[in-house]
Write a protein that binds this ligand. Structure first.
Ligand code: ATP
Length: 288
């Protein structure tokens, strides 16, 4: 689970450069939007009321010319469902996310959002429909308040605090000497890994997207923060279609669908219980 974090880091770097160059985050978005506008298809549509139905139809993709990285990917995620992507390293989990979020386009097949081919949707409206909570939460140099506000630029201070409360972040923020005005470095030094995740969750709550992309943290987080994260994530996922890259299989037992990937293909799918009953690859992974 690494590839799709790269464009985001680039974006964060871009933000830093731009933030120091111009005043106000709104301006940053304008600059990015101008850049993105050009790459939309001529007849791209703006999706306003996204429901969060996602479908992959026989999708294949390769990063390089030879051999497919992923192939025959077909699945449906209905509005509000939790979809877990599991499988060994290199199986293609991050690639699925790269395609869903349009960092790359499929070589063949289609990806539909609410029935619309995602290539025919403006990048702006795609971006508005999704939020990411990644294991390496991307922060930019700025205050905690600004970092959360990035989820929705016109949010008031009250809304930011409200989101931080829902994300279980408010209490740790309040303990910092400068509270919401604490300045973070881009690497988030000064706060813990788990706290970075809580900020990232607060940002996602503020963004209020219909599609969520979660990459579980693998690095060690203390138990209390981990509980706070899990609780905040449960709250965040409620009513949204969420794609979870799962590294530890115990957190996805409540998933509506588990897609088991191996060598770029979905080799098994089902609920935790049905996959356990099948006693196949997932069963082996789980008992490992
Ligand atoms: P992990 O659990 O280790 O993150 P993953 O299941 O997310 O793995 P992917 O990152 O999707 O797997 O990688 C699928 C395959 O594509 C791997 O063989 C990987 O080396 C390759 N790959 C990923 N990104 C690129 C890239 N940018 N260029 C070329 N090959 C890539």
């Amino acid at each position: 689970a690494r590839q799709f974090t790269r464009p985001l880091n680039d974006l964060a770097n871009q933000f830093n450069t731009l933030l120091s160059a111009v005043a106000g985050a709104e301006r940053v978005f304008e600059v990015l939007d101008e850049k993105e506008e050009r790459t939309d298809e001529m007849d791209a549509i703006t999706l306003t009321d996204v429901k969060g139905n996602v479908e992959f139809r026989n999708v294949a993709f390769s990063y390089e010319d030879e051999g497919d990285t992923v192939r025959n990917l077909s699945f449906k995620a209905n509005q509000g469902e939790m979809i877990a992507l599991v499988g060994p390293t290199g199986a293609g989990k991050s690639t699925v996310i790269n395609l869903l979020s349009r960092f790359y386009d499929p070589d063949s097949g289609e990806i539909l959002i609410d029935g619309y081919d995602n290539k025919k949707i403006t990048r702006e409206s795609l971006r508005m429909s999704m939020a990411f909570v990644l294991q390496d939460s991307y922060l930019f140099k700025g205050t905690i308040r600004e970092n959360i506000r990035y989820g929705r630029l016109d949010a008031t201070d009250e809304e930011i605090e409200e989101a931080a409360k829902k994300a279980n972040a408010h209490s740790f923020i309040e303990k910092l000497p400068l509270k919401y005005d604490t300045v973070l470095e881009q690497d988030g030094s000064g706060i813990s890994h788990g706290q970075k995740q809580l900020l990232s969750i607060a940002r996602a709550i503020l963004a209020d997207p219909k599609i969520l992309i979660l990459d579980e943290a693998t690095s060690s987080i203390d138990t209390i923060t981990e509980l706070a994260i899990q609780e905040a994530l449960d709250q965040l996922m409620e009513g949204r279609t969420s794609f979870v890259i799962a590294h530890r299989l115990n957190t996805i037992q409540k998933a509506d669908q588990i897609l088991v990937l191996k060598d770029g293909e979905i080799i098994e799918r089902g609920t935790h219980q049905s996959l356990m009953d099948d006693k196949g690859f997932y069963y082996k992974l789980y008992n490992h």
